[in-house]
Design a binder for this molecule. Structure first.
Ligand SMILES: [Ca+2]
Ligand SMILES: [Ca+2]
Ligand SMILES: [Ca+2]
Ligand SMILES: [Ca+2]
Length: 298
């Protein structure tokens, strides 16, 4: 990042140079965040709705307006549309809406719970979880709702899919080994592999980093929910939040430098952001009631 090439005043103290450089860096970071958007779910108006804000927390605006609950937003790769789930038909279904709240359409028509949409990097497919055949399993469909196929087939819950940035793999959480673990598979459902291998704790909610090298996920191995990060082979599992409250729902910024997450450290769940090493944790929402499921637009 460009810093001042020389002190403003000849002979000025190094301290002044560092101070001015910091101001430059800080304002750049702030302007980058203002130009990026985070979608999330909030109950601030009485039931859960999809909201969008700038990534510095400014301009929080409601996208959906419905008396039932809307949740789990996922951006289309071009940033124009948001997939989400709604309970308006007495069960959960996947919908798509333009980011400005226009042109809403329903993708699943099944009486089961269809939830947690995840858009493929090329924009052509949506992975989701459904309990239509028993336990939750991972499914795939086209973005108009056609071509719904099942990818996993086990007698335990498979949930919370997330795509690799190259579109070749899907990571998800599975309870097939008796506790929650992070699994990865090819997008045709082949080669399903446990990569977290932590039998004494629950691991779920994986999110693939934009450069493909890391997975953020949740674990309760330290007694409460924390955001962790690990390499895609399961090595180097590192606690990023380290807070006695529950922390969850990690979502990477498009440049991979930051992670949005939720925490109830201040009373109820609010959306926070932090640097990808866990430093610089900042609260973005300040509403009555829960703000959850942040999703960072690319
Ligand atoms: Ca609603
Ligand atoms: Ca449904
Ligand atoms: Ca586990
Ligand atoms: Ca925690």
């Amino acid at each position: 990042m460009p810093l001042l090439s020389k002190p403003i005043f000849v002979g000025s103290a190094v301290g002044l140079f560092l101070f001015v450089s910091c101001l430059t860096a800080c304002s750049e970071t702030s302007s980058q965040l203002i130009s990026q958007r985070i979608a999330f779910t909030s109950i601030r108006d009485g039931d859960f709705e999809i909201y969008v804000m700038n990534a510095d927390g400014s301009k929080q605006a409601r996208v959906t307006n419905n008396r039932d609950n809307e949740g789990r937003p996922a951006w289309s790769p071009d940033g124009s549309r948001i997939a989400f789930t709604s309970s308006r038909n007495q069960n959960w279904d996947v919908y798509i809406i333009n980011a400005d709240g226009t042109e809403e359409s329903r993708l699943t028509q099944n009486s089961a719970y269809d939830e947690f949409p995840a858009w493929s990097p090329d924009g052509t497919k949506i992975a989701f979880q459904s309990d239509r055949d028993g336990p939750y399993q991972i499914y795939l469909m086209n973005t108009d709702g056609s071509g719904q196929i099942r990818l996993t087939n086990v007698k335990a819950n498979d949930r919370t899919p997330s795509w690799s940035p190259d579109g070749s793999k899907i990571v998800f959480a599975s309870e097939r080994d008796g506790d929650r673990e992070i699994y990865v598979m090819n997008t045709d459902g082949s080669a399903q592999t446990n990569i977290s291998n932590s039998p004494d704790s629950g691991e779920w909610f994986p999110a693939w980093s934009p450069d493909g090298s890391k997975l953020a996920f949740l674990s309760d191995r330290d007694g409460n929910w924390e955001v962790y990060v690990m390499n895609t082979d399961g090595s180097d599992q590192t606690n990023l939040t380290g807070n006695a409250a529950d922390d969850g729902c990690p979502a990477w910024s498009p440049d991979g430098l930051k992670i949005a997450f939720i925490s109830d450290r201040d009373g109820d769940f609010e959306v926070y952001i932090m640097n990808a090493d866990g430093s610089g944790q900042i609260r973005l929402t300040r509403s009555q009631g829960d703000d959850v499921f942040p999703a960072w637009s690319s």
